[in-house]
Design a protein around this ligand. Structure first.
Ligand SMILES: [Zn+2]
Length: 504
């Protein structure tokens, strides 16, 4: 079904053209109730069980604004260094779609709640790129259509469609950048870094979990090319609802190559929406894009204007948490790690988990070691995100505590983690069930040491003669005899003690 699209190589495209991007990100707020009614926003409920006359658009039903929704929008605006409107209104964006029973979406048009900001994003090499923010406005989500009977779940070929309005009216914030220019070949990387930074920001503000894989955050990638040296923007395409960081980068890259091929061939770019396909990394044509005037926006007469007092805005500003970029820079210094190490932590999705383990009592170095080592490897092998592993930050902290108390060595700790991941229980339960404890009973250790010396008289003589390095073989023998459950450093001390040799 996907026809092949002509592409030019990425390098050739960049040799002739400058990409200009615009990114529009929709974030579903984590409020308990919908934006204009009291219906629950809980996921996974029976279809159409979380609806009322307001979100179903019944005649006479009147909307009421969700105060937490407004506060969340202001938080996001402030964190994005935006101006907050002293007065703004909602607008009706008129169009018909089966999943939108009111026949209009309540949105904001020329009066967004937040505007003129910026977000600094960090690229892989640690360089910072400033993305200018045009606006952040409030709106509501639509319902969901389920097309039944077709092969692909798309409307094409379906015998009928089912509608679920539980999502209709869930608050959304749409964040729109100004045209992103000057990134050149790094434009796709900037797009990815921007969406990631925005996601971290939204999570830090506590206004949404911003899980892209669950559609709580989705990105439209607008892209156009212009020949080097020309000021006027080219015609843009709009790749809709891209839902992973990697896909955002790939979609931008693909569109750069596709636009260049069309332009090189003397063709014209059609302003249209496009769909991104994960499997092929390509985009295909959606529909020809409507212009704003097609929607016949007009002010929503059923909602009073929003006029947040300056005192309230300042109160919200003073309550903002430390923002992600500032926090990362602080941690870099505190932990003494490199920008590249921090990038790996971010790429692995490990930062929040490490911090949560530290909150639960782990020291920073151990928390980093386990999350970025053993656990990252496990997640990789089983193909789940790090936070999808069956172990909590508190449990990781408990393992590090057992290690620092000397109850476990690293080798045993790895077995404990393996047991927790396999569903054998908490770290303490796994220690108990598998009998994993460092042998710290001096009597038992001494016996094992004496046996090792008696069993290896030649090596013992070498050590007595001053070859301390030979002790390694005896330590090995003791570790084997205790099935790895001894503290190797203590074993070595005991061996040298017994043989009357001092180290160094
Ligand atoms: Zn409702």
């Amino acid at each position: 079904m996907t026809t092949t699209t002509d592409l030019v190589s990425y390098e050739d495209a960049l040799a002739s053209y400058d990409p200009v991007m615009g990114l529009e990100v929709h974030v579903e707020l984590g409020t308990k109730t919908k934006m204009f009614c009291g219906c629950s926003t809980e996921l996974g409920a029976e279809p159409n069980s979380q609806t009322c006359p307001t979100c179903l658009g019944m005649p006479g039903a009147l909307p009421v604004v969700n105060a937490i929704g407004i506060e969340s929008a202001i938080k996001i605006g402030l964190a994005l260094n935006c101006e907050i409107a002293e007065w703004c209104r909602f607008a009706r964006k008129n169009y018909f779609y089966p999943d939108m029973p009111k026949n209009f979406q309540t949105s904001q048009y020329d009066e967004p709640i937040a505007f003129d900001g910026y977000l600094d994003v960090q690229l892989e090499d640690g360089e910072t790129f400033r993305v200018q923010i045009e606006r952040a406005h409030m709106e509501e989500d639509t319902g969901k259509s389920l097309h039944v009977g077709g092969a692909t779940g798309r409307i094409h070929g379906a015998s009928h469609s089912l509608l679920d309005y539980n999502r209709a009216g869930i608050p959304l914030i749409e964040i729109v950048t100004k045209p992103i220019e000057g990134a050149g070949a790094r434009a796709p990387e900037v797009a990815r870094a921007y969406v990631r930074e925005l996601r971290e920001l939204i999570k830090a503000l506590g206004v949404s979990e911003a899980r892209m894989e669950q559609g709580q955050m989705r990105c439209d990638v607008n892209l156009s090319l212009r020949p080097h040296g020309r000021e006027k923007f080219g015609t843009r395409s709009e790749t809709k609802n891209v839902n992973s960081l990697r896909s955002v980068e790939r979609a931008a890259r693909f569109e750069i190559q596709r636009h260049a091929a069309v332009l090189n061939g003397g063709g014209t770019i059609i302003q249209e929406t496009r769909h991104f396909h994960e499997d092929t990394g390509s985009t295909t044509s959606g529909r020809v894009k409507e212009e704003a005037e097609d929607y016949r926006y007009f002010p929503e007469p059923d909602l009073v204007p929003i006029a947040p007092s300056r005192a309230w805005v300042e109160e919200i500003r003073s309550g903002l948490p430390e923002l992600p970029l500032a926090r990362r820079n602080r941690l870099l210094a505190e932990w003494g790690i490199s920008a590249a190490d921090m990038q790996s932590i971010l790429n692995a999705g490990a930062l929040d988990l490490i911090l949560a383990s530290i909150d639960a009592g782990a020291d920073a170095a151990s928390a980093r070691k386990w999350w970025m080592g053993e656990l990252a490897r496990s997640a990789n092998e089983s193909g789940v995100p790090l936070d999808g592993l069956a172990i909590t930050p508190e449990q990781v902290a408990r393992v590090t505590e057992l290690v620092s108390k000397g109850d476990l060595n690293d080798k045993l700790a790895r077995q404990v983690i393996e047991g927790v991941l396999a569903g054998e229980g908490t770290p303490d339960e796994v220690v108990e069930k598998r009998g994993l404890k460092v042998v710290s009973d001096e009597g038992a250790l001494t016996t094992a040491v004496e046996e090792a010396i008696a069993g290896n008289p030649g090596i013992a003589d070498k050590i007595r003669g001053g070859k301390v390095a030979a002790a390694g073989a005896l330590v090995g023998a003791v570790m084997k005899a205790t099935r790895g459950q001894a503290d190797a450093a203590r074993v070595k001390e005991l061996i040298l003690e017994k043989l009357g040799v001092s180290e160094g």
